[in-house]
Design a protein around this ligand. Structure first.
Ligand code: SF4
Length: 251
C-alpha cells in the first residue's frame, strides 16, 4: 500500500481538472476569425481544397474545412485560426463562420431533444463507426478516454456492442462499403438514440466529397444531434461538445 501511494504521489494528477478551460498549446487550429480587410476573394476561395471558403461576405464552413491552413498562410491579414476548440454544435448553419465575427460557436438549445438531457446527462454510452475513416479521427476519439481527457468521469464511454449504447459516432466520409454496416449498427441501438458526426469527413465528406465511392444517404434519413468539426477533431472539442449536448453547461 505504501509503495502504491508513493507512485500516486510521484505521478501526480493525470487528468485535466476542468475540461472546459485548458489552453491548447502549439499550432492547433480552432475557430477561425475572418477580418474585414479587403482581399482578392476569388483567389482566397480558389486556394481552398474543399470549397470551404465563401465569398461576399467571406465565410469559412468548418464542416468542410480540413484545417490545412493554406488560407491563413496566404492571407494572414484576412484569416487567422484561434485556439478556441469549442466548435462543436448541433446546427449545421452554425459551423459557417462569417467575416467580422468573433462570436463563440454554441449549440442551438431549441434543437436539443428533451429526452437527451433527461436520459443521457449522467451516462452516455456510444458506439463508434469508422465509415471509411483514416484512423486520425478514430485515434482522437480514443484519446477522449485516456487519463488526461478522461471523459469516463462524466459517464461518457465508447462500448463495443451497439445494443448496449445510446447512440453512434460516425467518423469518415461513409464509403459505399460502410453504408450498409452504418445502417445495421444504427438500427441495433435502442431508441431514443443519438447521431454524432466527428470530423470533417463525416460532416461533409471532406476531400472525398462528391466521390462515387461514397454513399452518404444514411445522413439524409435521420437528424444529426451533434457536429464535431476538426480534421481530426481535438478531444477537447469532442468532450466539450458532447457535454454541452447532454448537460446544461455554465457560460
Ligand atoms: S484551412 Fe480550411 S478554409 Fe482554409 S484553405 Fe484549408 S480547408 Fe480551406
Amino acid at each position: 500500500m505504501i509503495p502504491e501511494l508513493g507512485i500516486l504521489r510521484r505521478h501526480g494528477k493525470q487528468y485535466i481538472p476542468d475540461i472546459t478551460a485548458p489552453k491548447v498549446p502549439g499550432p492547433f487550429k480552432g475557430r477561425p476569425e475572418i477580418s474585414t480587410a479587403a482581399v482578392d476573394e476569388a483567389a482566397l476561395a480558389d486556394l481552398c481544397p474543399t470549397g470551404a471558403i465563401g465569398k461576399k461576405p467571406v465565410t469559412i464552413d468548418l464542416g468542410k474545412c480540413v484545417m490545412c491552413g493554406a488560407c491563413s498562410f496566404a492571407f494572414p491579414e484576412k484569416i487567422k485560426f484561434t485556439s478556441d476548440y469549442k466548435i462543436a454544435t448541433n446546427s449545421r448553419d452554425r459551423l459557417i463562420v462569417s467575416e467580422g465575427s468573433s462570436d463563440p460557436i454554441m449549440l442551438d438549445e431549441s434543437k436539443i431533444r428533451s429526452e437527451i438531457r433527461s436520459l443521457f446527462g449522467r451516462s452516455l454510452k456510444l458506439r463508434e463507426i469508422s465509415a471509411g475513416g483514416g484512423n486520425a479521427d478514430e485515434g482522437e476519439l480514443n484519446a477522449c478516454g485516456n487519463p488526461n481527457f478522461d471523459m469516463g468521469r462524466f459517464g461518457i464511454e465508447f462500448l463495443a456492442s451497439p445494443r448496449h449504447t445510446d447512440g453512434i459516432v460516425i467518423t469518415g466520409p461513409i464509403t459505399k462499403n460502410m453504408a450498409a454496416a452504418t445502417q445495421i449498427c444504427y438500427d441495433a441501438v435502442p431508441s431514443p438514440k443519438l447521431i454524432i458526426l466527428a470530423g470533417t469527413d463525416a460532416i461533409s465528406g471532406g476531400i472525398f466529397a462528391g466521390s462515387p465511392a461514397l454513399d452518404r444517404s444514411f445522413l439524409g434519413r435521420y437528424p444529426v444531434d451533434l457536429y464535431v468539426p476538426g480534421n481530426p477533431p481535438h478531444p477537447l472539442t469532442f468532450v466539450n461538445g458532447v457535454l454541452s449536448l447532454v448537460r446544461k453547461m455554465k457560460g
